[in-house]
Design a protein around this ligand. Structure first.
Ligand code: ADP
Ligand code: MG
Length: 589
């Protein structure tokens, strides 16, 4: 049997299972238990920081909530430990949710600073509450018990801890490899593209916040029953920094890397605590200094952590065939040819004193290709952003089909069946071409977090991926399906964006300079594709500088200059229009 990653995984799990039977010193088991507990928190941070792009120094406080919940309920109210498990997890979720709500609104450096603030505040809170035993904490917490067997020894709770770690790691991997996972992974690459395809960004951010909180609380619950006493110390900012270091060492975006990072940091900490005081001759928390240096060094020399270096040494992942799709996605019923899909009524956008779009009106109908042309800075991309609600209107209206008011968010626009590409391509370079394109089909699936974690989403996922594959083949990128989008040339990335837009099954397609960077042959293929879409009844709004490409393709042209519409009509009319000739087409026609 060839060595593959699956086999390595099975061997790894077998080794984990055999450890308590090996002739090793008992403190190794204790260390492994601590590594398992830390891994749970670090996996949460992989979701939050590595995937969601939000740095939290405050996870240790959430571990505390999980620990104190069970500590109080089992000692003061006589709950059995297992009965408190859901309550501890709920406590983690309930604390993480409002913290997340406040924190996700912070941007840049304010977000990590915000997490430091609540991490510190909660730590001091633990030390002040009478019910929590103040700084003395709570003792005599009962051990876990299963079928009459009480888990007093570190060897017995070891299996509970590592069973949780492995289950959580697999669940997290499942989640990332799903419709929800794509939307979570899209958070880090700037949110505009994801929003334009219907991803609810705030909800996605809160999802990772709550998941990370629940995992921290699970770690706390286990900790309380392993240690059988709790006090505020392990839930302070020091530990919060250590958890973050683990996730960063592991590579932030890698689930198994979190376990690796937790192992490395805790083993190193153990060694440093044992040998460093002898070396420097005085006692103190010197490991924090070493960790600080380590964190800076990793960020400087191996931004993606150390796990990717190990991944490179492992055998390459086999190219998986796509799962068999049982059925296909339903297609949108397109409006009859000539129906108005979008109508701009005196749409206006100002940036300070600059009028970027000056009371522009036009519409796009089903089965029509409309060209939007004008010199650089004329306001074409801004018009796209007004239509897709990425920028709010300063005045006027954008009405879709039979809607009565302008859409309020890019998500709402996407739900009207409007898909777009960006002049400055917005793809997720680390995700494959297939995954990027599948993001376009986000609104055509329904599976949520629970279904994804439990792999109940597979039938739907296969159909979504099959749709993405169809669109990839349609635009001619089939050979690149499994390559990271970052490997593609700029022209190919524009084509990828078109495939992503088609995955939404659009009624109206907005393309911002799609042919820039394409070779002649590729432009012709693009023109053929657009003609085919038109024949199917899709409406297309096209911004393009290549006049021979535009003139041969469009049914209707709108010409902007300095934000103002200076001409409109069919290509022949516009070509003859005096204002156009002087402002723009002078040299071309
Ligand atoms: P086009 O796509 O036609 O080349 P744009 O719509 O990108 O033009 O830009 C129109 C005008 O609006 C330009 O003068 C540009 O500098 C300005 N502009 C665009 N976006 C912004 C912004 N976010 N803030 C300030 N000015 C902007
Ligand atoms: Mg532009």
């Amino acid at each position: 049997m060839a060595l593959d990653r699956r086999l390595i995984g099975f061997v790894g799990i077998a080794v984990v299972a055999a450890v308590p039977f090996l002739p090793i010193p008992p403190f190794w088991i204790t260390l492994l238990n601590n590594i398992g507990l830390a891994s749970l928190v670090a996996i949460g941070l992989v979701l939050l920081t590595g995937v969601g792009g939000m740095t939290s120094f405050g996870q240790a406080a959430l571990v505390g909530f999980g620990a104190y919940t069970t500590a109080v309920l089992t000692t003061a109210y006589g709950f059995s430990p297992w009965a408190t498990l859901p309550l501890s997890l709920l406590a983690g979720a309930l604390v993480a949710l409002p913290l997340g709500l406040i924190t996700v609104r912070l941007s840049g450096h304010f977000l990590p600073l915000g997490t430091i603030a609540w991490g510190l505040a909660l730590y001091y809170l633990f030390g002040q509450i009478q019910l929590f035993g103040r700084y003395d904490g709570i003792t005599a917490i009962p051990p876990l018990e299963l079928a009459g067997h009480r888990f007093f020894s570190s060897g017995s709770i070891y299996y509970v801890i590592w069973g949780c770690v492995i289950a959580v790691a697999i669940g997290a991997r499942n989640l990332l490899d799903s419709r929800v996972g794509r939307s979570l992974r899209a958070l880090r690459g700037g949110t505009q593209a994801a929003e334009a395809f219907g991803v609810d960004i705030v909800r996605a951010k809160l999802t990772v916040f709550v998941l990370a909180g629940v995992l921290a609380a699970l770690s706390g619950w286990l900790y309380a029953h392993m240690q059988r006493s709790v006090n505020p110390t392990p839930f302070g900012l020091n530990m919060g920094i250590e958890y973050l270091l683990m996730a960063v060492v592991g590579g932030a975006g890698h689930v198994w890397g979190a376990i690796f990072g937790a192992s490395l940091v805790l083993i190193l900490k153990d060694l440093l605590q044992r040998f460093l005081p002898d070396l420097v001759g005085i006692t103190g928390n010197f490991e924090m200094i070493v960790f600080g240096i380590l964190l800076v060094a990793i960020l400087q020399f191996s931004r993606d952590g150390l796990w990717p270096l190990i991944l490179r040494a492992l055998p390459a992942r086999k190219r998986r065939p796509l799962p068999k799709a049982d059925g296909a996605l339903g297609r949108r019923k397109l409006a009859p040819e000539g129906t108005t899909l979008v109508k701009l009524e005196a749409a206006r956008k100002t940036f300070g004193g600059l009028v970027a779009v000056n009371d522009v009106s036009f519409d796009v109908k089903a089965g029509q290709i409309v060209g939007l042309i004008g010199p650089n800075g004329a306001g074409k991309s801004t018009t796209f952003n007004l239509i897709t609600a990425i920028s709010p209107l300063s005045g006027g209206k954008v009405i879709f089909g039979d809607a009565t008011a302008s859409a309020k968010s890019p998500r709402e626009v996407a739900r009207h069946g409007i898909a777009r590409t960006f002049q400055h391509a917005k793809v997720l370079p680390e995700m494959t071409v297939l995954e990027n394109v599948a993001l376009g089909a986000h609104l055509r699936g329904r599976s949520g977090v629970v279904r994804s974690v439990l792999r109940l989403d597979r039938a739907e996922e296969a159909i979504l991926l099959a749709e993405a594959e169809t669109q990839i083949a349609r635009v001619g990128l089939a050979d690149y399906r499994d390559r990271p989008a970052g490997d593609l040339a700029l022209g190919q990335i524009r084509i990828l964006e078109i495939a992503r837009a088609l995955s939404l099954d659009p009624a109206l397609l907005l393309l911002d300079e799609p042919a820039a960077g394409l070779r002649h042959g590729e432009k012709q293929e693009l023109a053929e594709l657009l003609k085919k879409l038109r024949a199917e009844g899709v409406g297309v709004l096209l911004v393009e500088h290549d006049m021979s490409f535009v003139m041969g393709l469009v049914d209707h042209l709108v010409v902007l200059d300095f934000g103002t519409k200076i001409a409109e009509g069919n290509p022949a009319e516009v070509r003859r229009h005096p204002a156009v000739v002087s402002a723009y087409l002078g040299g071309v026609s």
